[in-house]
Ligand binder design. Structure first.
Ligand code: C5P
Length: 240
């Protein structure tokens, strides 16, 4: 009965209620956006690919003992997830210099960092998601110091798992963005998605880009790279 109640619509997904108050239904869209929504397109197949890739990666992370909101993939475009309140932070982990870090610091893309960098951005489209530090986050009560410590540790654990997984697929995990949510009892879970929309993924031999930079920078057909990631991940995970 609640199946059609739209709870939230974002740039890439819609969230609907279900008859279970603890579970929501995520429907992936084919919309591609960049530069805070300034560049937009509909790209056939993108929703299906992101749903499949996110589902594979979340299952893999849960196998590694990381708590996530993921319950199950129910169709090409849909998955069921635990209902959480999203912490208003975009948590970016970087292994290799690229994107906004390269711009902000005047550094060339492609340089390996001496250790991973974790960055926080305040999730506010109308402000263009400004970068914030741990003091902003605790003083403005976006998350408590303890929660932030937990989030940072979880983000680095996710990084370790994903770097190793993509390495086996001959792919470099350059950087990625995570979001976290809270259950009513305060438990923090990894939420949202992990897909080529939210990661930079480069072929280890050729540095070919298999991620949303292809759309941001007009480098060719976006879904070819996403298909390649799914093929490599699928091949790897099925063979285990
Ligand atoms: O643009 P920037 O270099 O800061 O992005 C770092 C990483 O976070 C990239 O993998 C990008 O795709 C991801 N990201 C995202 N959503 C945002 C901002 C960044 O998925 N709103």
């Amino acid at each position: 009965m609640n199946e059609q109640v739209l709870l939230y619509e974002g740039k890439a997904k819609r969230i609907y209620a279900t008859d279970n108050p603890e579970i929501v239904r995520v429907v992936y869209k084919n919309s591609a956006t960049a530069f805070n929504g300034e560049k937009k397109a509909e790209i056939a197949g993108k929703g299906r690919l992101n749903n499949e890739i996110t589902s594979l990666l979340f299952k893999k992370l849960m196998d590694a003992g990381i708590s996530t909101h993921f319950v199950e993939k129910t169709s090409e475009l849909e998955q069921l997830v635990k209902r959480v309140s999203i912490i208003p932070l975009e948590v970016v982990v970087r292994n290799i210099i690229a994107g906004s870090l390269s711009k902000r610091m005047g550094l060339e893309e492609g340089t390996l960092l001496a250790k991973p960098i974790v960055e926080f951005y305040y999730k506010r489209d109308d402000l263009g998601d400004p970068i914030v530090n741990e003091d902003h986050i605790s003083a403005l009560s976006l998350a408590s110091t303890e929660e932030l410590q937990q989030i940072k540790q979880l983000a680095l654990r996710v990084n370790d798992e994903l770097v190793a997984l993509f390495n086996e697929c001959n792919v470099r995990l350059v950087d990625f963005k995570l979001e976290f949510g809270k259950l009513e009892d305060g438990t923090i879970l990894l939420a949202d998605e992990i897909s080529p929309d939210t990661c930079r993924l480069w072929d280890k031999d050729t540095n070919a880009k298999f991620d949303k930079d292809v759309f941001r920078r007009d480098l060719g057909n976006l879904t070819d790279g996403y298909e390649e990631i799914l093929k490599r991940l699928g091949g790897l995970l099925c063979s285990k």
